[in-house]
Design a protein. Structure first.
Lengths: 355, 290
């Protein structure tokens, strides 16, 4: 398998990230690629933006995708932990059975931050192979912390490969607290005193996880191959607000710590397309006071939008001169689908994918 | 007062607005942010003296919250700062959330009698934070972690002391997600949502503008064509606004039923620039929601 191009779209909440990602994936398909759009956003935004049904199985989307093909994948967060452990314990059914009976696991099942993302990555890997896609657009969760999960499999693999888990697993097997009076014996007593009987559930959970350490390492490789290769492109998405600017700044710093430099900033609603008819009406004698008031409001809005967009583009071109700026128009429509199709025309794919 | 809602709906601005309004009516209040304090720099440029601003850093939460669990800071360091526990805490879920919650409790304890407004993280993450105390108490059964969780429930997340405000946007899907969030909070955290704040409700266009534009578009020539463009734009906005109002009505209907009459809905207008907390406090006061 040749490595597909991977584009990760990240940004704070409410910036139109899903719409921009969907438009980008559609533009890629229209320029002849076999593109896959993956949404980690637990909301149904992607399905809504595309006007199609999406789920845990990747499928081809029946949209006008020109010469290419567009596939979509949007796993259900409700199934995330199950999907995740089924991947890990594929070869250890007995351990899987014990795991799902573990008290701690059952508490965790409802919500473990990061698991939905990691489960989605393992599904993405499968979808890439199944559908032979050559470019993947990953729409991350709408949060400034959305990319934290990138290092999660690595942290888990490291934890499970280290002495920590052997030590934890031993606690689970001992009948009483170890009598040895070294430092870790004292740590064990402190821990048992602080946590009470649940210490054994914690220890049990880790010893089951340690059984499938190789699968964690595989998962970590998949994640790194998709997200940490130098070829992977990170696009920030923002809208012209101060909050979105702060979120983008924060994400740039986080990416920097991972050794990643974002390639582009997609600025949604960056300009209101020219409306020459406004001047025609303003100058016309037949124009009524109500129309004048409406035109006035439109001009004010346009002015405010372009000032807000100028503020954010200035801020980024000063601080991140190498960041490519992609300005998307402000589209007003009733149908979310027509926004995606209209924005897809704004991307210059060959310029975007050039090295 | 915990202020939550999905990402990008304007939680920080509304939370700061509520804190500001509380400081003005009650003399003093506290606005608590998690992270780097950028929220207040953005929306609270002229903070009055009665409003205290506290920034809590989640990355130091576990170490700061652990001392009472282990008996002392030295024992906590011994228990947590070793080869086994360091990677475990980095990878284990819920530990950090518990730490953050304990820091929040300490802030409330340090400000007796004052209203403390928390600008919470986005929906799902907020629920995870708020329910971690109950989960921890039920899971441990006894011991210091159990006691820590029980104290969090009694002093921070108890129905008598805590209130929840959910910020949302006037879009059908977002409103539906919000109602689901309210149900989850009530079921899994055990707190009821006191108020829904619907942010950025679009304003009606000037009266008669659409009618006048329609009449004008019926003529011929350049002006009529221009009027037709205005008709198209105003019609889209009219339709969007109708959809918004209908979705809001349905929300009031569904949400109000549970609340027994009081709709519990506060509508804030769409301001195309970033509104300051002071402006929002004014809107909230004018709606009797401060």
């Amino acid at each position: 398998m040749t490595q597909p191009e991977v584009i990760v779209c990240a940004g704070g909440g409410g910036v139109g990230k899903t719409t921009a990602s969907a438009a980008l994936a559609l533009a890629l398909a229209k320029s002849g690629h076999r593109a896959l759009i993956v949404s980690i956003d637990p909301a149904r935004r992607l399905a809504d933006a595309m006007g199609v049904e999406l789920g845990t199985e990747a499928r081809e989307l029946s949209v006008d995708s020109g010469t290419g093909q567009l596939f979509g994948l949007m796993p259900d967060p409700q199934d995330a932990l199950r999907t995740f452990v089924e991947f890990l314990f594929a070869e250890e059914p007995a351990a899987l059975e014990r795991l799902v009976e573990n008290r701690l696991f059952r508490v965790l099942e409802a919500s473990v931050p990061g698991i939905h993302e990691v489960a989605t990555i393992s599904l993405t890997w499968r979808a890439i192979i199944e559908h032979d896609v050559d470019v993947v657009v990953i729409d991350t969760a709408p949060s400034r912390n959305a990319i934290d999960f990138i290092t999660y499999p690595k942290r888990l693999a490291k934890l499970l490969g280290g002495r920590a888990v052997a030590w934890m697993a031993a606690i689970g097997k001992r009948r009483s607290v170890a009598s040895q009076d070294d430092k870790m014996g004292r740590v064990e007593r402190l821990l048992v005193r602080a946590l009470g009987p649940v210490t054994r559930d914690v220890a049990g959970l880790f010893s089951e996880m340690a059984r499938v350490r190789e699968r964690f390492i595989l998962l970590n490789e998949h994640t790194s191959d998709l997200l940490l290769r130098p070829e992977t492109r990170y696009f920030l998405v923002a809208s012209p607000t101060a909050a979105a600017r702060d979120d983008a700044d924060y994400l740039i710093k986080k990416l920097e710590k991972l050794g990643i430099v974002p390639r582009a900033l997609i600025l949604n609603s960056a300009f209101v397309p020219e409306r020459d008819w406004v001047q025609v009406l303003e100058a016309a004698q037949e124009t009524t006071p109500a129309i004048h008031a409406a035109l006035c409001a439109l001009s004010d809005e346009r002015e405010t939008r372009s000032r807000a967009a100028a503020r954010i583009t200035d801020a980024f071109s000063k601080r991140q001169p190498n960041l490519q700026l992609l300005r998307l128009p402000y589209v007003e429509t009733v149908e979310p689908r027509s926004i995606v199709h209209s924005l897809a025309r704004s991307f210059d794919i060959s310029a975007l994918l050039s090295r | 007062m915990f202020v939550t809602g999905k990402g990008g709906v304007g939680k920080t601005t509304v939370a700061a607005g509520l804190a500001l309004a509380a400081a003005e009516t009650e003399g003093e209040a506290v606005f608590v942010e998690f992270g780097d304090g950028a929220g207040a720099r953005r929306v609270l440029r002229n903070r009055p003296s009665g409003l205290e601003h506290v920034v809590l850093d989640p990355s130091h939460a576990v170490a700061r919250a652990a001392a009472p669990v282990f008996g002392s800071a030295t024992l906590a360091k011994l228990a947590l700062d070793n080869f086994a526990m360091r990677p475990l805490i980095r990878a284990a879920p819920a530990v950090r959330e518990l730490g953050v919650l304990e820091l929040a409790r300490q802030v409330v304890e340090e400000h007796p009698g004052k209203r403390v407004v928390f600008d919470m993280p986005a929906s799902g993450h907020s629920v995870a934070w708020l329910k971690v105390a109950r989960q921890g108490r039920e899971l441990t059964g006894r011991g210091p972690v159990h006691d820590l969780c029980a104290r969090l429930e009694a002093e921070l997340i108890s129905p008598g002391r805590a209130s929840i405000v959910v910020v949302t946007l006037p879009e059908r899907l977002v409103l539906w997600e919000t109602l689901t969030l309210c149900e989850t909070i009530e079921k899994e955290v055990g707190l009821s949502v006191d108020r829904l704040v619907v942010n950025r409700v679009p304003q009606a266009p000037p009266e008669n503008a659409l009618n006048d534009a329609v009449s004008l578009s019926k003529n011929e020539g350049k002006i009529a064509q221009a009027a037709q463009k205005l008709v198209e734009l105003l019609s889209i906005r009219d339709l969007v606004r109708k959809q918004v109002m209908q979705a809001l009505d349905e929300t009031v209907h569904r949400y109000g039923e549970e609340k027994g009459g009081d709709s519990g809905l506060t509508l804030l207008p769409l301001a195309s620039t970033d509104p300051q907390a002071r402006t929002v406090a004014g809107w909230l006061r004018s709606q009797g929601a401060a």
